[in-house]
Design a protein around this ligand. Structure first.
Ligand code: ADP
Ligand code: MG
Length: 676
C-alpha cells in the first residue's frame, strides 16, 4: 500500500520519502533509526573522553557571548553538575544568551572533553531533564524531511495500518527464545518507552534478521548438495592410516580432526565444498597430502592449485617428498612447462598416469584434461577469482573441492560470508614451534634496528624489509619501497646484497628475485606486500615492517608468518608511530600474541566487519538492526536453527512456516518447487 494512503502525506512528501527508499506503508514502518541517543544522566567521572553525554546542572556564571570571524559566535557558561564545576560551550547560537540565566537549571547533551572539562553542547533544554525517553531514535533523513515529521508519519502509519505488519517467525521459536511480537517490537524500535522495551525489540529483530539470512544460506547449501551429485570416494582406510604412519611427525589433534571432516565429505555422495582455515605454519600441507592420497586410493586423481609459480614449485617439492615414497606420481604444471614437455605431461594426465597435478592457473586451461579427477584443492583461495574456481571445479565430473587459507577469518564472518560452505579449522600449532619475537619501535630507533638486523645477517641469516606502497603519495605519508631499497643498498654496501620486489615487476622478474633470495644470493629483500602469501625461506629470521600502523592486524600477521619457519629464533620489528589509542593498541597486541585467530577477532573488533576484507570485495550482508560482531551468539543460534529447519519435513508442510517459505521464494532461493 502506497505511503500516500497515510493522512498528511501528499504527492510532494511521497517523492521525498521515495528518495529515502520508502514507497509503501510497510517501508515506512520498517524504516529504522540508525542509532539512539542515550539521554540517561550519567556521572561525569564515568564518561570517557570524546563521548556523548547528557547532564543536568545549575548555571553558575552569567553566560558569556563572544563573536568571531563572520557571523560566528561562542557562548560559554559554567555549570555545576553534582559537585563538578564544568564549562559548557554553545557555538553559533547567540540567541541563547537571552534564554539562559544564572541559577537556571538546564539539561545539556553534547561531547565531553575530559581534559578541558568542557561539554560542547548539541542540545539543551531549560529545566530538569524532561523525560523524552532514555533513548532517542536518530534517523537518517534527506532533503527537507525532518526527524520529527518522519516520526509523526511513522506513528500515523502504525495507528492506521499497524496490523499490516505480520508475524513471520514460527511460534515455537518465538516461545523458545521468548521473543516479542513483530508488530510490537517494531513499534518499540521507533518509540521505546523504556530501556527494557528497546532491548527486547532489538533482540527480536537481531534474531529475525539472522534467521532469515541463515535460512537463505542453509537453503543454498542444501540445494548445492542435493542438486550437484558428487562422487563417492571410497578410499582405502588401511592404506591411508599406513600413510599417516610414515609421516615424520605425529599429527596434531586439530589436524586429525580436520582430516576426519574432509574424509567424511569425500566418502559421502555429496560434493565437498569446504573451507580449511589454519594459521601460517599450522600444517595444512600435510592435511592436503593425506586427502590427495586418500583420493588416489579410491581410484581418482587430485589437483592442487596455487596462486604463484614459486608456491607451485614449493608445494610440488614438499608433496613429492611426502607422496612419491608412497608410490604416487606427482607432476608440476606451470606456464614455464612448454612445448614437448607440456604435451607429454598432458598425455600422461589424460591416461591417468599422473596421480597428482600441482600448478598455477595453468591448470584450468582447456587442454588440461584429467582421466578421473576426484579432489581439487586450492591454496590461498582468496587469491583466485570465483570464475577460476568454478572452471577448476568443472574439470572433472563433480570433484570434491577443498579451499585452504592461512588468513584466519573470525568465526562470525566465516559463517556469514562463507555461510553456504562447510568450515574446518586447524586451531593448534605443531609442538615445539618457536614464537616470533615481535617488537614495536618508533622511527627514531631505526639505526638501532638496523644494527640488530646486521647482527642477524652477519650470523648468516636473511631479512625481509616490508614497505606499504611503491610510490610516494602526497596524502599518505608512506615509505617508498624504491627509496628504502636505495637507502639499504647504500647502508649495507658490499657487505650484503639487497633485492627489491614489488607489484609492478613482471612475473618473471618477481620469480627471479624470489629465487635469488631463496638461494641466499640476496640477503635482504625489500618488498611490498606481494611477499605476503605462502613464501617459504626458512633461513630468513628477521623482518622489519615500515609504517606498520597502516596495515590490518591480520595482514601484519600474514607478513610476519614469512619468518619463524626454520629452527632459529626469529624477530619481527614493527616501525610505527600510531597517533590514535586504537593504533597503539593494535601495535601492542601484535607484540603480545602470535595467534592469528586472536588477532583476527581483535582486528574485527577494532576495525569493524566492513574493513576486514577491504572495502571492495567484502561481500558482507547488511543488517539493519543486528551487528555481526557483537551479536555473534545470536548468529550462531540462528544458523543452527536454520539448518534444522531446512532439513525438517514439517518446514515444507506446516502453516507455521508459511512466512519463512514465502520469504525464501521472494528472495529467489526457492523457485516454486518443493525440494525433497
Ligand atoms: P601451512 O599451514 O602454513 O601451509 P605447512 O604445511 O607448510 O604450514 O607446515 C609448516 C611446517 O610444519 C612444515 O615444515 C611441516 O613439515 C611442519 N609440520 C606440519 N605438521 C606437523 C606436525 N603435526 N608436527 C610437527 N611438524 C609439523
Ligand atoms: Mg601453506
Amino acid at each position: 500500500m502506497d505511503v500516500q494512503n497515510i493522512k498528511g502525506i501528499g504527492e510532494e512528501t511521497a517523492v521525498q520519502l521515495n528518495e529515502m527508499g520508502i514507497s509503501t506503508v510497510l517501508d515506512l514502518m520498517e524504516y529504522l533509526p540508525y542509532r539512539y541517543d542515550d539521554n540517561r544522566l550519567k556521572d561525569l567521572e564515568e564518561v570517557k573522553h570524546d563521548e556523548r553525554v547528557t547532564v543536568e546542572g545549575k548555571v553558575h556564571s552569567e553566560p558569556a557571548l563572544m563573536f568571531y570571524g563572520r557571523k560566528k559566535s561562542r557562548l560559554t557558561l559554567r555549570l555545576l553538575v553534582g559537585r563538578n564545576l564544568i564549562q559548557v560551550t554553545f557555538f553559533n547560537q547567540p540567541y541563547l544568551k537571552k534564554k539562559i540565566n544564572i541559577h537556571d537549571t538546564i539539561t545539556v547533551a553534547g561531547k565531553w572533553d575530559k581534559n578541558r572539562q568542557t561539554i560542547t553542547a548539541q542540545k539543551y533544554s531549560v529545566g530538569p531533564q524532561t523525560k523524552k525517553g532514555d533513548f532517542e531514535p536518530v534517523y537518517s533523513v534527506k532533503g527537507s524531511m525532518t526527524v520529527n515529521t518522519l516520526r509523526k508519519f511513522i506513528k500515523k502509519a502504525f495507528e492506521e495500518y499497524g496490523d499490516f505488519e505480520q508475524e513471520n517467525l514460527p511460534s515455537f521459536l518465538k516461545e523458545k527464545y521468548k521473543l516479542a511480537d513483530r508488530q510490537k517490537a517494531l513499534y518499540h524500535l521507533h518509540f521505546p518507552e523504556s530501556t527494557e522495551d528497546m532491548k527486547q525489540a532489538r533482540r527480536r529483530f537481531v534474531y529475525e534478521e539472522f534467521l532469515l539470512f541463515q535460512l537463505k544460506m542453509q537453503m543454498l547449501r542444501k540445494i548445492e548438495r542435493e542438486h550437484s551429485k558428487g562422487i563417492q570416494q571410497n578410499y582405502d582406510l588401511m592404506k591411508v592410516k599406513q600413510f599417516i604412519g610414515t609421516l615424520p611427525f605425529p599429527l596434531t589433534n586439530a589436524q586429525k580432526r580436520v582430516v576426519n571432516e574432509i574424509s567424511a565429505d569425500m566418502k559421502s555422495p555429496y560434493r565437498m565444498n569446504r573451507l580449511l582455515q589454519g594459521d601460517v605454519g599450522s600444517g595444512k600441507t600435510v592435511v592436503a597430502a593425506i586427502s590427495l592420497y586418500s583420493s588416489v586410493t579410491a581410484g581418482y586423481q587430485g589437483a592442487l592449485m596455487v596462486p604463484t609459480e614459486i608456491l607451485a614449485e614449493q608445494h610440488a617439492n614438499s608433496l613429492s617428498e611426502l607422496l612419491e615414497p608412497a608410490g604416487l606420481t606427482v607432476a608440476l604444471l606451470t606456464s614455464s612447462v612448454k612445448g614437448k614437455r607440456r604435451k607429454l605431461l598432458l598425455e600422461k594426465l589424460k591416461q591417468g598416469k599422473i596421480d597428482i597435478l600441482i600448478g598455477t592457473h595453468a591448470l584450468i586451461q582447456d587442454d588440461v584434461q584429467f582421466e578421473r579427477l576426484g579432489l581439487v584443492i586450492t591454496d590461498e583461495q582468496h587469491r583466485f577469482g570465483v570464475e577460476q574456481r568454478r572452471v577448476l571445479r568443472e574439470k572433472g565430473e563433480s570433484p570434491d573441492v577443498l579451499f585452504m587459507t592461512a588468513t584466519p577469518i573470525p568465526r562470525t564472518l566465516a559463517i556469514t560470508v562463507f555461510g553456504e560452505m562447510d568450515v574446518s579449522i586447524i586451531d593448534e600449532m605443531p609442538a615445539g614451534r618457536k614464537t616470533i619475537e615481535t617488537y614495536w619501535a618508533k622511527a627514531d630507533m631505526l639505526p638501532r634496528v638496523l644494527s640488530f638486523m646486521e647482527k642477524e645477517l652477519a650470523n648468516g641469516r636473511q631479512a625481509y624489509v616490508i614497505c606499504p606502497l611503491i610510490e610516494e603519495s602526497d596524502k599518505l605519508d608512506v615509505q617508498n619501497a624504491i627509496d628504502v631499497h636505495t637507502q639499504l643498498v647504500h647502508h649495507f654496501g658490499e657487505r650484503f646484497h639487497v633485492g627489491l620486489m614489488h607489484g609492478r615487476l613482471h612475473p618473471d622478474e618477481k620469480d627471479e628475485v624470489m629465487r635469488e633470495f631463496s638461494d641466499n644470493a640476496l640477503q635482504v629483500l625489500v618488498s611490498t606486500t606481494v611477499v605476503e602469501v605462502g613464501v617459504n625461506v626458512p633461513n630468513a629470521t628477521f623482518m622489519l615492517i615500515y609504517d606498520a600502523e597502516r596495515f590490518g592486524l591480520s595482514q601484519l600477521h600474514q607478513l610476519r608468518g614469512r619468518v619463524g619457519r626454520g629452527s632459529e629464533q626469529s624477530y619481527c620489528i614493527l616501525l610505527a608511530e600510531p597517533r590514535t589509542d586504537i593504533g597503539k593498541e593494535r601495535m601492542k597486541i601484535m607484540t603480545e600474541t602470535n595467534d592469528g585467530f586472536v588477532l583476527s577477532e581483535k582486528d574485527l573488533e577494532l576495525r569493524g566487519p566492513g574493513d576486514f576484507f577491504g572495502k571492495k570485495q567484502s561481500g558482507l550482508p547488511e543488517f539493519k538492526v543486528a551487528d555481526m560482531v557483537h551479536d555473534y551468539r545470536a548468529l550462531e543460534t540462528a544458523r543452527a536453527d536454520a539448518q534444522k529447519l531446512v532439513e525438517s519435513t514439517s518446514f515444507w508442510e506446516e502453516e507455521d512456516f508459511a512466512h519463512l517459505r514465502a520469504y525464501l521464494q521472494a528472495t529467489g532461493v526457492l523457485k516454486g518447487e518443493k525440494l525433497d
